[in-house]
Design a protein around this ligand. Structure first.
Ligand code: ATP
Ligand code: MG
Length: 422
């Protein structure tokens, strides 16, 4: 019997002690979701690793790549699973080595997980090493080989592999609660969302577009970005708010240099209302210290002053260049740089405030009828679900009326009586 399987190693889950089983089950379920449509059997939990068996061996590379993007996965070995007959082990090691591309030196690295196999790891290394030398040539180099032939001896089976893909690491999505992401169509916020998914959070996006003063280009782009983010199993839904009228109102009432801060504070208030319905415990943004005018320490403080929930900023200490590299890896970069209207540039003054005084911000804020403006924003709400994730929509909104908006009354009725963040 020879079967092709992806052998999945994790790191942080292994540190979870008594909660380990729950984390393993979550990872298993997330893998099943991520692999829908690919030729695989259901993922299985083994002692301290997981296994996904292929039903079409030719697609193992594609399956391995997909698995490697799932949060919680540290390594994916593209393995052969066989019985423990000596000849079978030797033939399989040779087969795996021959597939490893060009090499001059190799090493056999065996691990045994509590099993009744008669040989020790060192004995297996020696036996297989001798067989490979005799049939494939080359030389053995234990310290810096071109190829490592991994051999994992488990109860009843042996896994043999030369190809190992690094996974994204982190924790399985669904193990850390829900976070509302302020999701623009820019480069940064998709990366920030992705980082929190990798720490196990389920993300619910909120996108503010300049509609009706702009088109719906940015909304459509955010849907495309959402399709990319969903592959990690961490994006459940994105809400869309038509923000243009409210921005106009702000621009008429508030000092021009504080407009962007007012937009951002109002976004926070709307996002918090949605967080309450979703029972999300925090917000996340793509802000990075000093990157643009609105992201100075003073302005970050001026934004946070409006917030009740924690506002997470996972990119705060990153350079733009680092963020761009990450966006390319995730696959959102090309979408983020395509042409779209950004609602923040609507009614933009020539000189936005870079070092806002809180007192001036609060004074301008008091000119606005915030409760009514939040209601107006919610009245424009529509949403898009990204099925195939661990996301559960809030109970009162289980049967959405499609992508059309809700009335304010519907939203208000849907809000549970608890206070924010409970
Ligand atoms: P990004 O690339 O994420 O748009 P940015 O560098 O362009 O970020 P800003 O435009 O100042 O920075 O936005 C800072 C953060 O505010 C964004 O990362 C995002 O979290 C949030 N944000 C900005 N505009 C929107 C929007 N239209 N809808 C939702 N969130 C937004
Ligand atoms: Mg932006």
């Amino acid at each position: 019997m020879t079967q092709r399987v992806c052998l999945i190693g994790y790191h942080e889950i292994g540190l979870k002690g008594r909660n380990k089983n729950g984390f393993e089950r979550r990872l298993r379920d997330n893998l099943d979701t991520a692999l829908v449509g690919l030729p695989v059997e259901k993922a299985r939990i083994l002692a301290s690793r997981l296994e996904v068996a292929l039903t079409d061996d030719t697609q193992i590379e594609q399956v391995g790549q997909r698995i490697s993007r799932v949060p919680g996965v540290a390594t994916v070995s593209l393995a052969y699973k066989t019985n423990r007959d000596f000849e079978v082990m030797e033939a399989t090691a040779l087969r795996a080595l021959r597939e490893a591309g060009p090499w001059e030196s190799f090493a056999v690295v065996t691990k045994r997980s509590n099993t009744d196999h008669p040989e020790t790891s060192i004995e297996i290394n020696r036996r297989l090493g001798a067989h490979l030398l005799a049939h494939a040539g080359g030389k053995v180099d234990l310290s810096n080989p071109d190829v490592r032939v991994g051999v994992t001896v488990a109860q009843g089976y042996v896994y043999t592999f030369t190809r190992k893909i690094n996974g994204v690491g982190g924790l399985p999505v669904g193990s850390a609660g829900k976070i509302i992401s302020l999701l623009s169509a820019g480069i940064d916020s998709p990366v920030a969302s992705w980082r929190m998914m990798r720490r196990g959070a389920t993300i619910v996006g909120v996108h503010f577009s300049g509609r009706p003063h702009t088109g719906d280009q940015s909304d459509r782009l955010v849907v495309e970005i959402g399709e990319v983010l969903r592959r990690s199993g961490g994006l459940g839904r994105v809400y869309f708010v038509a923000f243009g009228e409210l921005q106009k109102e702000i621009s008429l009432l508030c000092p021009p240099d504080l407009r962007v801060l007012m937009y951002r504070r109002l976004m926070i208030k709307v996002a918090e209302k949605i967080a309450r319905v979703e029972r999300a415990k925090a917000l996340v943004t793509g802000e990075s210290l000093g990157q643009v005018a609105s992201q100075t320490l003073e302005n970050i403080a001026a934004i946070d002053e409006a917030a009740i929930l924690p506002v997470l900023r996972p990119l705060v200490g990153n350079d733009k260049q680092e963020i761009i590299i990450e966006a390319k890896t995730i696959g959102t970069y090309e979408l983020s740089i395509s042409d779209h209207d950004d609602c923040c540039t609507l009614f933009m003054p020539r000189t936005p405030e870079t070092h806002a005084r809180i007192s001036a911000v609060v004074e301008a804020w008091e000119l606005l009828d915030i409760d009514r403006m939040v209601e107006d924003a919610l009245a424009t709400l529509s949403w898009r679900d990204f099925p195939g994730t661990s996301y559960r929509s809030p109970k009162p909104w289980h049967t959405p009326t499609g992508e059309s908006g809700w009335s304010v009354a519907q939203v208000a009725a849907a809000l549970p009586p608890e206070t924010l963040g409970s």
